[in-house]
Design a binder for this molecule. Structure first.
Ligand SMILES: C[S@@+](CC[C@H](N)C(=O)[O-])C[C@H]1O[C@@H](n2cnc3c(N)ncnc32)[C@H](O)[C@@H]1O
Length: 373
């Protein structure tokens, strides 16, 4: 795995010794799930040791918990060992060197905290995990692997004040809003690296530099999809829960095909910025990827939804919209804006976070695109 990561340019020479000293399989629990098109499938070390080890050393995320550990849940991924190439890329972007103190948010298996400890020294690493059981398992795996950074059971959205200030803050759970505690607990000149997204798009990597006045600012860059930090998840709910037979709707037709607005990384990133609170789900006929499908756009807060029906060979596509927002119209307008703006890639956008606001801009902080308190 290490050779493959180096060959692909994902793992650089400075991080290679840490990867060699901290074997990933020591952090993978015996019972895991493999991600697939039909959802997670169970994989046990004792039942299939070869497949288990193979998964541990493939460039894949390994799912280690569903539904926050609730066995009766619906199968939502709530913890995993992140994909090795993404771990390596984020460590590279963190630009951490010996002697720096790092705060990691989202200990998960502890592998990343182990990699950081091997490079920076365990006393310079603090890792916060919201789930007590996962934190305990990570502490044990880290100790077994010979590293003992501080692993704290707490809500990482508050950072970890007792060990502040930090030179680097690395989040391995995605946020829609960067907690100000991370900025306040970083040293001036420090760096915050975090997956960041919207309810429509998860997500891009934000790399923010903290200044002397308590503001963090920087560009997005990198395609990373992470599970949301617990308190920043958009509420779950299926299409059946939200799109009900008794709902009235307005029906129109469109020529717009969903591929670019829904699936293109840069287009959907920009649309998510312009259309807050909108989730999307694609339902294929017969539950298999095929030419006929419906895109559902939903706002869990207001209850508004839109369905966008694609039948192969049709001249136009039927759109139905219900509720206080016209979600399809909002998406169409945001997509038109993105095209008119010259189809900017996500790495031309940036983020500025201060104590009261979070501003997303295009090219420079004076070109504001979206604003949140
Ligand atoms: C993708 S996993 C992290 C992978 C981990 N860095 C590793 O090396 O295995 C994301 C983790 O973030 C944790 N998490 C989610 N919300 C959190 C929060 N508010 N504070 C701390 N941890 C959180 C989840 O429980 C999960 O274990």
């Amino acid at each position: 795995m290490i050779a493959r990561l180096c060959e692909a340019g994902d793992l650089t020479e400075d991080w290679r010794p840490s990867f060699e000293r901290v074997p990933r399989h020591l952090f993978i629990p015996d019972k895991v799930w493999e991600d697939g098109t039909n959802g997670p499938t169970r994989l046990g070390r004792s039942e299939d040791p070869y497949a288990w080890l193979n998964l541990a050393y493939s460039d894949q995320p390994v799912i280690t918990q569903l539904d926050d550990g609730d066995c009766s849940g619906r199968g939502y991924v709530s913890s995993s060992a992140s994909m090795p190439s993404i771990v390596a890329m984020m460590l590279r972007r963190l630009n951490a060197t010996h002697g720096m103190k790092v705060l990691e948010i989202g200990t998960g298996t502890g592998w990343n905290a182990g990699l950081l400890s091997a490079r920076l020294g365990a006393r310079n690493v603090v890792s916060v995990e919201v789930d007590a059981e996962l934190a305990e398992r990570a502490r044990k795996a880290l100790a077994d692997a010979g590293h003992q950074p501080q692993v704290i059971t707490a809500d990482g959205m508050d950072g970890w004040l007792p060990s502040a200030p930090y030179d680097r803050v690395l989040a391995t759970a995605a946020v829609q809003r960067v907690p100000y505690a991370w900025v306040a607990q970083a040293r001036p000149g420090g760096l915050i690296v975090t997956p960041w997204g919207t309810s429509f798009h998860n997500g891009a990597l934000a790399c923010l530099t903290v200044d002397n006045h308590g503001t963090a600012s920087g560009y997005f860059g990198g395609n990373v999809a992470f599970m949301w930090a617990r308190s920043q998840r958009t509420p779950h709910g299926s299409v059946e829960d939200r799109v009900r037979l008794e709902h009235d709707y307005v029906e129109t037709h469109t020529l717009l095909y969903p591929r670019e607005p829904v699936s293109d990384f840069d287009a959907s990133f920009a649309i998510g910025l312009r259309v807050p609170g909108m989730k999307s789900t694609v339902v294929f006929d017969g539950d298999r990827v095929g030419p006929n499908f419906t895109v559902y756009l939903m706002d869990p807060v207001s209850g508004a939804w839109a369905s966008w029906r694609i039948d192969q060979g049709a001249d136009t596509y039927i759109v139905r919209q219900h509720g206080p927002r016209r979600l399809f119209d909002e998406l169409e307008a945001a997509y038109a804006w993105w095209r008119q703006a010259g189809r900017p890639t996500h790495d031309r956008f940036g983020l500025t976070v201060n104590e009261s606001t979070q501003i997303v801009w295009l090219d420079s902080p004076d070109q504001m695109i979206s604003w949140r308190v």
